[in-house]
Ligand binder design. Structure first.
Ligand SMILES: Nc1nc2c(ncn2[C@@H]2O[C@H](COP(=O)(O)OP(=O)(O)OP(=O)(O)O)[C@@H](O)[C@H]2O)c(=O)[nH]1
Ligand SMILES: [Zn+2]
Length: 343
């Protein structure tokens, strides 16, 4: 599976993150901690458009505004993505014609990645600091594909992001048989149909969180995001035209505020993300998301794959012996299916 090509041609590698590698010579790290920029302000990256970043400053205060920024040359090789917390210097007023400069990226709590395809370890960061993933899938038109949802789940578990499954178009088909695939997972499931969007339930789930929405084309993700995000908030998170670089590209991710009485949350739409290459995924991270099974896996032989044919696998043995009951069997099935996605 290939992801769509990047519009950002002149900045081709900008969104690839250099992985930290051990320094064989034991030299000191080359990046100095820069004492300057003490006057920097911190903001949240709402969207990225060909080298220009829309950054929300003073969020939640009367002086909240969006600044447009470029990145400092020393950050040239680093990805800066939707959801990043960044430090800005220069003119951060957001006034027409102004351009601030990003000088630092704050440490990230999570990083959602994808690689070009499953055999490729070059990875691309899609979203930073999301703590939830809303996986949108249609009950019909297009037919739901459990294996595609598995891929999203693997990406979420690998990143330490909690998945929520939203099944749309339940007016067209009963999602029961499809949902049975996920019975063993601790997965919050929400169903949705035209004229009856579960907006209250979703707002409740999204409030106080940063949620990345993913889904295949045509499943109704845009319909849902539009219903969820009031017009006023939709204006937020669009790169303004100050740079004269033209329209917003449809393939970059955009953060929208999901307001409501309960407080604020963010939903991040990822229009260009159709598939997830999983070449970068570490199977151990998947196992960790199944805490009950991970506990048992401590008794597995070293290097155990935990797949059905794994010799002396403690999980296989104990679950077969009824250790975690019927639920345990379902969970093991789910775990093995997700691990097989990577095999
Ligand atoms: N029957 C039915 N149709 C729906 C529902 N939700 C969305 N649709 C329709 O499904 C089609 C696709 O919806 P979109 O919101 O554009 O889908 P999307 O996932 O954003 O797809 P892309 O725009 O290609 O990314 C539209 O014609 C919607 O009107 C639903 O709950 N029931
Ligand atoms: Zn095992």
């Amino acid at each position: 599976m290939r992801w769509l090509s990047d519009d950002d041609e002149d900045d081709k590698y900008a969104d690839y993150e250099a992985r930290a590698r051990p320094n064989p010579k034991g030299n000191r790290a080359r990046t100095k901690v820069r004492p300057e920029h003490l006057d920097a302000v911190t903001g949240r990256v709402l969207t990225v458009d060909r080298g220009r970043y829309s950054v929300l400053v003073d969020a939640g205060t009367p002086s909240e505004h969006e600044a447009t920024a470029s990145r400092a040359s020393e950050l040239r090789k680093q990805a800066i993505v939707t959801g990043d917390r960044v430090d800005l210097v220069g003119d951060t007023s957001g006034d027409e014609g102004t351009l601030a400069r990003i000088v630092r990226i704050q440490p990230r709590t999570t990083v959602l990645r994808r690689s070009a395809d499953d055999t490729d370890e070059v990875e691309r960061i899609i979203v930073a600091n999301a703590d939830q993933m809303l996986i949108v899938v249609a009950a019909a038109d297009p037919e739901p594909r459990p294996r595609l949802v598995d891929r999203y789940l693997v990406a979420a578990f690998d990143a330490g992001i909690a998945p929520i499954l939203c099944v749309t178009k339940t007016d067209l088909a009963d999602p029961g048989a499809f949902l049975a695939n996920f019975a063993g997972l601790d997965l919050t499931v929400v169903t949705s149909e035209h004229e009856d969007f579960p907006l209250e339930r979703l707002r409740e789930l999204l409030t106080g969180h940063s949620t990345v929405a993913v889904g295949h084309s045509g499943v109704g993700k845009s319909t849902l995001v539009n219903a969820l995000v009031p017009d006023a908030n939709r204006a937020i998170g669009r790169v303004n035209t100050v740079t004269g670089r033209g329209r917003h590209t449809s393939s970059s991710s955009v953060s929208y505020r999901v307001g409501g009485e309960l407080g604020d949350g963010w939903i991040i739409d990822t229009p260009g993300v159709r598939s997830f290459g999983l070449g970068h995924v570490n199977p151990d991270n998947i196992l960790k998301s199944f805490t009950d099974l991970a506990e048992i896996a401590r008794d597995c032989p070293r290097g155990c794959t935990h797949l059905p044919d794994a010799p002396d696998c403690a999980i296989n043995e104990q679950v077969a012996a009824g250790a975690l009951g019927e639920v345990g069997r379902l969970r093991l099935e789910s775990l093995q299916r997700l691990l097989a996605t990577l095999a």
